[in-house]
Design a binder for this molecule. Structure first.
Ligand code: 3PG
Length: 218
């Protein structure tokens, strides 16, 4: 084993690989209360989507992470929309299994490279990926995937950045998810389509479960 393979960032890369191998789709979720968090997360996990990204876009986000870690011990609970090290630390304290950011700052990348809770940093360009590669990162969220060129961009990245793998998010839907998942440099995809507002407003957890079953079979 070389010294490089012993570094925290390489351990984190392996952990991200395990997490992303657990399900083809990571639902991106924003919760406002416990009933919603438990109802929706249970429907998704029971439908086969065992990896969830709970965003900090609502005030309830951190509490939701704490609750779901207790209520669904079989699930892998990530924290999303993490923008800085202090939010990162708060998510670790809440029990998050991994951290996702929509983009990358030098501060966040530095913090994540030394944390035992792995970071899946967002990038939208080759240059951003190259910056993070200097710290050892090899796994990324491509965001907003559809806006920055989607499948064609990922195919183009595969040439010069052949050791990188991505979780594209942003604009992924049931009708294009399979195109992304077919790429060698895609580990899994993320998205909000499993929880449309019409279903969450109606508290139709059964319909969410049905969407999860379909996504898990991809
Ligand atoms: C994210 O943060 O990953 C996105 O908001 C998900 O994008 P989507 O709503 O297009 O799935």
């Amino acid at each position: 084993m070389t010294s490089l393979e012993n570094t925290q960032i390489d351990i984190n890369t392996k952990r991200i690989d395990q997490i992303c191998a657990a399900a083809p789709v990571i639902p991106v979720l924003t919760f406002d209360n416990a009933e919603q968090a438990i109802g929706i997360a249970s429907a998704l996990v029971n439908g086969g989507l065992s990896v969830l990204e709970i965003t900090l876009r609502s005030e309830y986000g951190l509490t939701a992470i704490k609750q779901l870690k207790q209520a669904l011990p079989q699930a892998i609970i990530g924290a999303g929309t993490v923008l800085n090290p202090s939010q990162y630390q708060a998510c670790i304290d809440a029990g998050a299994d991994f951290i996702v950011s929509p983009g990358s700052t030098a501060e966040l990348l530095q913090f994540g490279s030394q944390s035992t809770v792995p970071l899946l940093p967002g990038v939208a360009s080759v240059s951003e990926a190259m910056q993070a590669m200097q710290l050892g990162y090899r796994r990324f969220k491509l965001f907003p995937a559809a806006v920055v060129g989607g499948v064609d961009t990922l195919k183009a990245f595969a040439g010069p950045l052949s050791e990188l793998k991505f979780c594209p998010t942003g604009g992924i839907k049931p009708n294009n998810a399979a195109d992304y998942l077919a790429l060698n440099n895609v580990m899994c995809v993320g998205g909000t389509w499993l929880t449309p507002k019409s279903l969450t407003d109606a508290k139709d957890w059964h319909a969410v479960h049905q969407l999860a079953l379909r996504a898990a079979a991809m």
